[in-house]
Design a protein around this ligand. Sequence first.
Ligand SMILES: [Zn+2]
Length: 107
Amino acid sequence: MAVPASQMTPEMLELLKVLTRPDAAEEKVYHGFFPAEDVESCLDVPLDSLKFRLQTDCPLCQRKSHHLRWIRYSSPSSAWERGAGVAGALSLCDHCGIQVQFIATQA
Ligand SMILES: [Zn+2]
């Protein structure tokens, strides 16, 4: 059902502005064990989620592990330099905006 802009309430117009903001999709933030900005810089290294069947489902929406977004996570170089770097597979729930599970491959 389409509502003409002239008949929209101020609240509807405000919501429309938020939903149609061009950068809305870029603002995805995943909260969890790693700093959100560190996770964000790893989003361009996706992993095949089908390889992670039977891992942890999203605790909030129960989305199955292989339906989550899996990426290869690696600590920022500053962490590696002080001997605190970790790397491995990290699952993210796009629906809930959280980090669900981390499987370390190197310490
Ligand atoms: Zn979820």
